[in-house]
Design a protein around this ligand. Sequence first.
Ligand SMILES: [Zn+2]
Length: 317
Amino acid sequence: MTNSILHKYIHEFKNLQIDRAHGNAPHQPVLLFAAIELIEQGQISENKVLPSPELMEIFMKYWTKVTERQPNIALPFYHLSKRSFWHLHPNPGYEKALEVVTQIKTVTRLREIVAYASFDNDLFLLLTEPKTREIIRQTIINTYLAAFKEEIQNLIFEEQQIGEYSQKILQQVEREFSVLQQEESTQAENPIRKRAFRLTIMRIYEYTCAVCRLHILTLDGKSVTEAAHIIPLKKSYNNDVRNGISLCRLHHWAFDEGMISFSDTYKVIVSELMSERGPEEWKLTTLSDKGILLPERKELYPAQDALAWHREKVFRG
Ligand SMILES: [Zn+2]
């Protein structure tokens, strides 16, 4: 039974649309790849694929490996709905709009109209099962991306490591936070772990600056926000998520330079030991006493010990 269902979808996946007229533009295979990866990482646990920054970021990672063309995730996200296995679900109020559109060309429009996509339920089950997921993934590679097989396999392996490390640092919150060194320096600074830390913090704060709430994403998933270590990595080698916070580039700089810090009630404290000029809304002094954006889950809040450390050792008070 499962075999015949698997067979049916393998056939579907061997017949995805590829824009061969404009060189190789494997939008659909790469989008499916990204969705499969989020399922593998446990980021997609129910049958809903959101047009999220995470999806775009993974899409871009594979995209840049296989083509130099400009990416546009909106195209395959919409056009896959012409296949019988991919279903689009409108945002409330956009039911009619989704019925009448014939294409969606931008991510902004996609997000406006579409809440999420879902797979056929039996296909989703196959994708949650490691064995069948791998068969489907290999089908996509062999059919469309065979020339890049090695790079793709390396990326998949890297992504699996990122996923595992991300799980590990999320599970750390079950233990009490410690300002002491948590890992060997070489381990903590390993590029995979750095990326996993960044990605985990970005997901917790939804790619938004905790200080000013700025959220800017490029179409290819690059963000104005960065994952800041509260106790700097070089001092603590501590990638605990409670030692992290999402900050835009300006506020990351101001935080690392000790121009701003956070109180034990999660409010911004601003140093008086500086001079600043410029538009009022950009000045650091206007942030004084402003509450910072906090994660939904309390156990992921920045650790009080880390904030105290920053106030004492970095903040120029
Ligand atoms: Zn900011």
